[in-house]
Design a protein around this ligand. Sequence first.
Ligand code: HXC
Length: 513
Amino acid sequence: MEKKLSHLQQRREKTLLGGGEEKQQKQKEKGKKTARERLEQLLDPESFVEIGVFVQTDMEEASSLDIENPGEGVVTGYGTVNGKKVYVYAQDFTVAGGSLGERHAEKICRAMDLAAQSGAPLVGINDSGGARIQEGVHALNGYGEIFYRNTIYSGVIPQISVIMGPCAGGAVYSPALTDFVFMVEETGLMFITGPQVIKAVTGEEVTQEELGGALSHNQSSGVAHFMDENEDDCLERVKTLLDYLPPNNVEDPPPAEPEEPRLDREELVNLVPEGSNKGYDVRDIIKRVVDGSRFFEVQEKYAANAVVGFAHLGGQPVGVIGNQPSVMAGCLDIDSSDKISRFVRFCDSFHIPLVTFVDVPGYLPGVNQEWGGIIRHGAKLLYAYAEATVPQVTVILRKAYGGAYLAMNSRAMRADISLAWPTAEIAVMGPEGAVNIINRKEIENSGDPEKEKERLTSEYREKYANPYIAASRGWIDDVIDPRDTRYHLLRSLEAIYSKREKRLPRKHGNMPL
Ligand code: HXC
């Protein structure tokens, strides 16, 4: 027994060392932690339990101490984050560059299966040279097994990807299939084909960072949702996100201690410039309504004409969506439609109620938008809200015109409760466009067309766009004092939290993608 225990100890020590001290040192010189250090930082102290410690490709190595690829380049297991169970994997770049072979993939798949079966979120830390070249098609098949699981467990457990090293070629599709992608600046890289191939094929010259770094994917492509300067901040942010999420699709999101907003609600009456196109930051409204004035924004840098993120209302996690009038007047375009739709579908999958703040002049006009498929992308927004069955409350702050009024979770899309501020303007189109059509002759024939247009615009607002028209039909449930927005949201959510909604059975709908 003594001999066997000593052998076990030696094997374990060798495996835990990964690719060895020299390679770990190289990793640190790049500002990167080792796989196990990352898991230690993410999980509660002493909570990590490793599974598959001794997995090996080579059967001879499996019994000797002459281990070539300790742990097969990935550390897998489970632990807790703020007391809640989470399954994890972290690719170990010190072992064959974290490259993915057959056993490496099997270890990840096992963590995924256990996570789904036990209803716990999965966090994967990516740092890998991609498919292990020596393992050929076996490696490719391994990726396929992971992609399959990412897909079938989507909407069952939250899946989070953290990019802390290279993630290239087809390997990027696993993060892309997960719910949230975190990236670390400078070290986190994602691309299908790297700069050298691009130069050879298209002649374009670009650095790795410009092509697939954290900023590019957070700002331009929308592939990633969060970025941080370093690994510590990134892992802290992952923990914060997990605090808002339920462990799976059959358990409720975890409640927090209710808290009043820190920012003054009295200021709500002055934040929205009435009857004008002036911009303001919708986050100033959100923060005066939600618990502790804390808004955890998702995809902050992408399609900034819309904001999405998590907050608590009376201790209950909610998904918050808002048009952002300070960017492109808060209009809807292709990217913001995609951004909102995906967020709405995530919240709907995991019983997170939706609160939507509306101030939208319409869809962005333009040839690029039309040829880019604004019709198809804009339709996603209608589809996502119409499909959602979680509790939903909509608050119209100012403009709600045309198709965009419907798309931003109007009653027709099945918002449960629709509220409007007295500043709300709800109509087929904005006043300027409308008077040019219905009052064109009057304007042309008047002595002072500009003045006449101004008068008619103001008349239009009063006559056709005031919120009491929609309220008189019950499409707005109440017109409220802005300072009472939090009170109304709390009461509404309390009233509809237990709602149950049945739809006709179907395999799945065919969302316009
Ligand atoms: C096997 C690999 C490997 C790979 C790296 N290594 N990538 N081994 N298969 N794919 C090994 C190296 O040989 C080296 O081993 C160690 O990992 C560290 O690599 P270095 O090159 O020394 O590190 P660095 O200079 O930091 O460069 C990292 C890198 C580079 C940029 C990731 O290694 C690289 O370009 N690798 C290949 C990337 C790639 O093209 N992968 C295939 C993508 S396509 P030693 O023993 O010297 O330490 C793909 C298809 C997936 O993945 C399809 C899914 C559907």
